[in-house]
Design a protein around this ligand. Structure first.
Ligand code: ATP
Length: 266
């Protein structure tokens, strides 16, 4: 457990000359907490995550884990601290699930999986936690979209990073898996003291599992707080351009009920 917060200041992430994120500051993301990054399509959520993960060339600003400057690190060094799961895993890969997991662990050995045999045992344990140990010997190109997403999550979790960043980890999953994956991500983040960030479109899932919601549009933060503070009809109108109600269900969970797109909005 690192016990260090992740802080982002003055971040600029651009594709060529076009800055998608400019001068972005994020209040420290604390270890043991899960933050959901939400916002409409093309808001810059993936770009922000990829920028923080050091995956967009030319990214400027500071991304610090405690005192360490993540952007100044080499890629292998950064990979020891931060795992980033992209929106989609490549489909045409003929390696088995186990081979991809053990390969990822060999590239970035962890305290739990320092060598070959231990890496394989650790990989199996992670697959079991996700309920997909039966896929261990299947090749990635023979998996469904949802199964591939679970394998991507296994790769990120197996590396035991201090910072876990997941881009839409539930987009291809059925209802049961959405719940079980978010519960597992939350449990892992809290019990191991990780800094967890997930991009989610499902605001109900975000409100239920995240400690903090950051709403982004046009590359800028529009709201940042607890789910109850952040999810308001005003925010939903400004950021998503919908008329919406925020209510609580009989079990006390926040529900967003979108009634209609706001007329005249793009
Ligand atoms: N590789 C890229 N090269 C150039 N422009 C890009 C690239 N990736 C994203 N963009 C642009 O950056 C902007 C933000 O895209 P991004 O993927 O970060 O949004 P997002 O909030 O994750 O969207 P979504 O919810 O649709 O996945 C968009 O205008 C998009 O067209």
């Amino acid at each position: 457990m690192s016990g260090a917060s992740l802080s982002v200041t003055g971040l600029r992430v651009a594709y060529g000359r076009r800055a998608v994120v400019e001068g972005l500051d994020l209040a420290p993301l604390r270890p043991g907490t899960l933050t959901a990054l939400v916002g409409p399509n093309a808001a810059g959520k993936s770009t922000l995550l990829r920028g923080i993960a050091g995956l967009v060339p030319g990214t400027r600003g500071a991304v610090r884990l405690g005192e360490r400057d993540l952007l100044a690190m080499s890629i292998p060094e950064r990979a020891r601290h931060l795992a980033y799961m992209p929106q989609g895993l490549p489909g045409g890969v003929a390696l088995t699930v186990m081979e991809t997991l053990v390969g990822a662990l060999r590239a970035t050995p962890t305290a739990l999986a320092p060598n070959g045999a231990a890496a394989a045992a650790h990989a199996v344990a992670v697959l079991r936690r996700l309920g997909i140990e039966h896929l261990a010997m299947r090749t990635l190109d023979r998996l469904s979209g949802g199964q591939r997403q679970l394998v991507g999550l296994a790769q990120a979790l197996a590396r035991e990073p201090a910072v876990l960043m997941l881009d839409e980890p539930t987009s291809a999953l059925d209802l049961r898996h959405q719940m079980s994956v978010m519960a597992l991500v939350r449990e892992t983040v809290v019990s191991r003291g990780l800094v967890g960030v997930v991009v989610l479109h499902d605001l109900g899932l975000a409100a239920r599992f995240a400690d903090r919601l950051v709403a982004l549009s046009e590359g800028a933060i529009q709201a940042d707080g607890t789910p109850a503070e952040t999810l308001t009809p005003d925010l939903l109108a400004r950021v998503y351009e919908v008329e919406a109600r925020v209510e609580r269900c009989s079990q006390g969970h926040l529900l967003v009920l979108a009634d209609a797109p706001i007329r005249g909005a793009a």
